[in-house]
Design a protein around this ligand. Structure first.
Ligand code: BTN
Length: 319
């Protein structure tokens, strides 16, 4: 039996009897029972109550392609292809593997990632149905300098959409972590597909903790937050808004580069006016926001330095 059909029936968080589930899915009650025990593989907790049936311990708003697309303007929708997979190793890896392109902006979403990847080789914890795992592929022309600030723009798109629902409480930690109350809510991973020097096939990945419970925190090595603590918005609505905002911001970025995002980014700067240090580089000083290319400016004892958003990690420090 298809586990996803079973999850769809249980997604409402209400009780469903074994016979109701069996009839709807065309299988015996024994087959339903077996399939229910298999849902542990998705990290889903099922409650069984005699006389009432089975339910998910927490309801899930499953991703719905039509719902997402219908909430977009037709001008955005017409430029986009959108696919949803129940389970994949990593939505970024999947788009990186494909050698064809469908649509100007190709979006891939998954309910669960078994090998979600974060920046600097870290794992991205990706339980079923709780968060947003979104990757988008698009083309960008120009030399290597045309990529400057791209990942910051993606973080900014994300923070702008989220801030509409979270009363402006979110900040951006350079280069592209979305933070709330000092905890990480979302992150961005930008990768390039294939070899190129003047025309880039970019795969950007956004991971957003949407409604993650503490039981799913299997080894996240930093303080984290979930959007549901701060905002009451549906997953499909949020994905639709995020995809639209990304298309809008990437259009501007492709035409004008990072410079016209600089002020907007600096307004949300998490490090603003704080002492920071670049891990492993012995560089520290007062953070002074980002420059026109998205580099982090640090006022050190020996003068102003700018740090490129490569593989470095910047931490707040005591002066
Ligand atoms: C970070 O370390 O902050 C970046 C996290 C990026 C996670 C997203 S989830 C969708 C896409 N697929 C992945 O494997 N990673 C990105």
């Amino acid at each position: 039996m298809d586990s996803i059909s079973l999850i769809s029936m249980l997604a409402d968080g209400q009780f469903h009897s074994g016979s109701e589930l069996g009839a709807a899915l065309g299988v015996s009650r024994t087959a339903v029972w077996k399939a229910l025990s298999g849902l542990a593989e998705y990290g889903l907790e099922i409650e069984a109550v005699k006389g009432r049936g089975y339910r998910l311990s927490r309801s899930i708003e499953l991703l719905d392609r039509d719902d997402i697309l219908h909430q977009m303007s037709s001008s955005v929708r017409d430029r986009m292809s959108l696919s949803i997979l129940p389970v994949i190793d990593s939505t970024n890896s999947e788009l990186m593997r494909l050698d064809r392109s469908e649509g100007e902006f190709e979006i891939l979403l998954a309910e669960m990632q078994t090998g979600g990847r974060g920046r600097r080789g870290r794992e991205w914890v990706s339980p079923f149905g709780r968060n947003v795992y979104l990757s988008m592929r698009f083309d960008l022309s120009g030399g290597p300098e045309s990529l400057a600030g791209l990942s910051l723009v993606v973080g900014l798109s994300l923070a702008s959409v989220l801030n509409c629902h979270a009363r402006g409480q979110l900040r951006l930690k350079w280069p592209n972590d979305v933070m709330v109350e000092g905890r990480k809510l979302a992150g961005v991973l930008v990768e390039l597909r294939g070899e190129a020097t003047t025309a880039w096939s970019v795969v950007l990945g956004v991971g957003l903790n949407f409604d993650m419970g503490v039981e799913q925190d299997t080894g996240i090595d930093q303080p984290w937050a979930s959007l549901s603590e701060f905002a009451a918005v549906g997953r499909n609505q949020l994905v639709s808004e995020l995809a639209s905002q990304l298309v809008h911001d990437l259009d501007v970025f492709r035409e004008k580069g990072f410079s016209c995002f600089q002020d907007r980014w600096n307004q949300l700067d998490f490090f603003k006016g704080r002492h920071v240090g670049v891990v492993g580089q012995g560089l520290s000083g007062l953070s002074a926001g980002v420059d026109v290319k998205g580099n982090l400016i640090i006022d050190t004892a020996s003068g102003r330095q700018s740090v490129n958003a490569g593989e470095v990690s910047v931490r707040a420090r005591n002066p």
